[in-house]
Ligand binder design. Sequence first.
Ligand code: GLU
Length: 221
Amino acid sequence: MCGITAISANKEALPFLLQGLEKLEYRGYDSAGITTIEGNHLFTKKAKGRLQNLKDLLKDENVLGHVGIGHTRWATHGIPSNLNSHPHTNNDETISLVHNGIIENYRELKEILILQGYQFHSETDSEVAAALLNHYYKGDPKEAIKKTVSKLKGTFALVILFEDQPDVIYSIRNVSPIVATICKEGAMLASDLTALCRFTNEYFVVPEYHILELHKDHVVL
Ligand code: GLU
């Protein structure tokens, strides 16, 4: 299980995401990635290896968006590679998520989804969560998250962006930790307090099986 950081900020999200991932580097990882959302467009970049590889890829990009999610991966299912790195998106790239933990029943779920015509691009257990969200999403994120999570066995911290909900970050967890806060820069969450503590010493641990919504000036549980 490695690192997650996310922010709904009152300015560009990318610097916060990269700084958050730097703080999480001490945990060890094999790849890193981010998704930001600008207007109704998700922008995802990920790279195997050091965080610096991701930073190099982003150097010439104009990454806009006040809302974003970031991940450092410690591979449990699938080799360390660009494709297996997080975030994972659904087939039409309208949903993006990062995952910490292990989805134990991913093989069964993957087989069913493939039979239904879904195309997988990675070897990870995590991509199954993106595929299920894709299957269940009919315009209500919370419904889709509830239905998705009801199918998952294992440990997870999921942090999700929906292209058509550009101001909100959604999260839900079982066992794998998520802490969240609101501070003057916006609303943030992370898998580990070290990514938040330079902003605030007030935070809360997200309870298991509760859907967290991060808006830039408030959170809803
Ligand atoms: N099981 C997932 C993977 O292999 C998440 C690993 C992690 O927690 O970093 O991609």
